[in-house]
Design a protein around this ligand. Sequence first.
Ligand SMILES: NC(=O)c1ccc[n+]([C@@H]2O[C@H](COP(=O)([O-])OP(=O)(O)OC[C@H]3O[C@@H](n4cnc5c(N)ncnc54)[C@H](OP(=O)(O)O)[C@@H]3O)[C@@H](O)[C@H]2O)c1
Length: 273
Amino acid sequence: MNSTFLFIGAGRMAESMIKGLQSAKGQNLSIIAANQGNKERLQHLFSMYGVETTTDWLHHVKESSVIVLAMPPEAHEAVLEQLSTMIEGQLVISVAAGIGLKKLENPLPPGTPVAWVMPNTAAETGESISLYTYADTLNENQVKLLELLLNSIGKSEYCSEEQIHKLTAVTGSAPAFLYEFASALINAAAGYGILEAQARKLVSQMIYGSAVMLQSGVSPIDLRNAVTTPGGATAAGLDVLNQAGFGMLIENAVKATNEKAAELGGKQENEEK
Ligand SMILES: NC(=O)c1ccc[n+]([C@@H]2O[C@H](COP(=O)([O-])OP(=O)(O)OC[C@H]3O[C@@H](n4cnc5c(N)ncnc54)[C@H](OP(=O)(O)O)[C@@H]3O)[C@@H](O)[C@H]2O)c1
């Protein structure tokens, strides 16, 4: 059976998902991409992936099996309101930070199947770790379509809605923290006269190798200890980080990210408990 994915929002995340779905071989899929008027962007998606594009997404709701809201959290309220006039049981998936299931369900007709997915930037290379949850109104085929989307951009983990709110920073935003760290290392290398291109190559392989070590199942503390001789050079560097409260800084960054995501998604304080 042919399934049509309608993307409302045609930015970076929509493109990663479209790219992923296009390479999900053997699937009978159609894709329509819409935004709020950026025609160049739609032209780009058409020429890169051959998908149908429109600025009038409302007229494509009926023919769609899955509607993916790949736009900022602030845009959801108005779009859901419009969607509610046309939708007839199609699966609605949002990838926006801070949204949650209730925020999707409330404006839509009762029983509309909804899912919330929190991917990350590595979806672009098929290496996202995506958190997801869904309402119990999804039928078997809709769960399969959700899984198809998730698998097309990397790995995924089913979570409770509350866990996604708490983990948004850790999986969705922490890549930016890591890139900040990488950039600081590259700058430190530049201070010793190392060219940027060379430093970037070294730092990215260092991060990749460290990630592979982490995936082997050894704890980060054991891995850290394995490269830290007491009183040695690495220990001297770690002392600087710890004296500056590195762990606490990260904790505060996670908290600030989650609070902002909840605010942008319109999550009420009392929902967070
Ligand atoms: N990028 C990531 O790594 C990442 C990770 C996790 C979650 N997300 C979530 O994914 C969503 C999209 O992020 P992005 O990075 O793809 O953003 P983006 O590149 O800025 O794209 C946003 C898209 O939303 C469209 N849009 C905005 N308001 C709209 C409206 N009222 N109706 C229809 N389309 C509308 C924009 O259309 P125009 O261009 O026409 O204005 C644009 O196509 C956000 O909610 C974000 O939280 C992103």
